[in-house]
Design a protein around this ligand. Sequence first.
Ligand SMILES: [Cu+2]
Length: 152
Amino acid sequence: MRKPLIEVAAAIALTLSAILALAPGAHASSVMVMKAYARASATAGAETGAAYVSLMLHGDADRLVAVSTPAARMAGLHETRQVDGVMKMAHVDAIDIPAHGMLEMKPGGYHIMLMGLTRPLKEGDEIDLTLTFEKAGEVQVKAKVGGVAQMN
Ligand SMILES: [Cu+2]
């Protein structure tokens, strides 16, 4: 019996994506960073700051387990949550991302907390972030410093 055309097409597509996945450099990581920004420091003496990354997984589920940056002595994963009407932020050990899923950090949600800024974040600057994933390993990201109240 003849294979339906759609199956053949699917088989070709699978083969193509397998080739692309194997091509060195073409798909070095299953993590696709869509957006990365930080907020400018409101004052020259600011010690802490926040950065936000949005990314997509092109593959199996993974976990973001760590983050580091030369822009601060310490960087951590935080989540802002509303508890009894009050916004509170807390450290999270890891952020789970489902297979082919998205992680969207944003003010009022997940963010990268920068503690002990080496210098105030200035609008227009760029900071380097290293995201560490359980499976994908380290992913380098450049985050543009936006306005003090930038939302996206
Ligand atoms: Cu925080």
